[in-house]
Design a protein around this ligand. Structure first.
Ligand code: CTP
Length: 133
């Protein structure tokens, strides 16, 4: 039987850490669905507007070879709803969230993957703004 994997993220200023987590998430099953945080969710979560709009971020993630389907994640509180809607067998999150989603182990497998070291969207924006690149 086919295994559906679900993962989430903002994927703003797309970088190799994003690519690696998507590639490794896809290896956990047969079909990869990605929830991309809405602009409003990103603003409330990170306190700033994303550099690229949700439509642009969705288009970038949807174009990746390992990605089968994308949708806009409107709220952090809707994880259970999304797991059920997309019939996910596995929820994959970066290990910056380790333990935070264990409550969903009643309906799917929950896997935390190590982050790619030394790169993040926030660090990239700060370096570019400071002119230290
Ligand atoms: N991610 C990763 N390795 C990195 C950066 C991100 O594996 N170096 C993963 C995160 O764990 C998450 C996904 O990529 O599963 C999307 O993360 P996101 O928050 O969009 O990216 P960040 O670069 O962490 O963004 P920010 O600095 O704004 O928090």
């Amino acid at each position: 039987m086919s295994r559906t994997v679900l993962t989430f993220g903002t994927f703003d200023v797309f970088h190799v850490g994003h690519l690696r987590v998507i590639e490794r998430a896809a290896q956990q099953g047969d079909r990869l669905v990605v929830g991309v945080s809405s602009d409003a969710l990103n603003l409330s979560k990170k306190g700033r507007e994303p550099v690229f709009s949700q439509a642009e971020r969705l288009a970038i993630v949807a174009a990746l070879k390992p990605v089968d389907e994308v949708f806009v994640e409107e709220s952090l509180e809707l994880k259970r709803h999304y797991i059920e809607t997309y019939a996910a067998d596995v929820l994959v999150m970066g290990d910056d969230w380790a333990g935070r989603f264990d409550e969903f182990e009643d309906i799917c497998e929950v896997v935390y993957l190590p982050r790619t070291p030394a790169i993040s969207t926030t660090a990239l924006i700060e370096k570019i703004s400071a002119g230290t690149f």
